[in-house]
Design a protein around this ligand. Sequence first.
Ligand SMILES: Nc1ncnc2c1ncn2[C@@H]1O[C@H](COP(=O)(O)OP(=O)(O)OP(=O)(O)O)[C@@H](O)[C@H]1O
Ligand SMILES: [Mg+2]
Length: 163
Amino acid sequence: MTVVQLRTADDTREFGRRLAHVLRAGDLVILDGALGAGKTVLAQGIGAGLGVAGDVTSPTFVIARVHRPDPARGRGVPLVHVDAYRLKSLAEVDDLDLDAGLEEAVTVVEWGEGKVERLADAHLTVRLSRHDDDTRTAVVSGVGDDWAGRLRDVDALAAAGGE
Ligand SMILES: Nc1ncnc2c1ncn2[C@@H]1O[C@H](COP(=O)(O)OP(=O)(O)OP(=O)(O)O)[C@@H](O)[C@H]1O
Ligand SMILES: [Mg+2]
């Protein structure tokens, strides 16, 4: 478990960008946190770090959006960005029938906790909490896979503003 302090929205975006460097096709990332905690801002950073096409915005009304890699700057890995707020179960997530498979994309799910873990053997959870001074704390924890090693390898967390 790693804790990162994020003072501004730009810090959160930058943290996402750095996190993207250790993400690869097949990864499932669950973003948890209350309304306005910064989940979409973090997803924007992940999209920027992966180099995908199109603005990453709140997918609330479409539930899920696939961002294709931008050949000019991307690493060739699409981003699937899901807002599971209205979804009740894994079955409903499966029913979305996304046109980029879990194996080929990095899948980032807002409000996914308790709903999508079983889509993959391993997942990374980022829990964002908002403080009175509008700063955020991110608590990062991985299940399965060598998340600790992967995060350490690139020093992703410390470089993004960790203490
Ligand atoms: N340190 C910070 N990190 C992230 N966002 C911040 C921070 N400080 C201020 N903000 C602002 O808080 C808002 C976060 O909105 P965002 O849409 O990312 O939240 P969300 O968790 O996705 O909400 P929702 O539950 O509605 O999907 C943005 O307007 C952003 O500019
Ligand atoms: Mg959001």
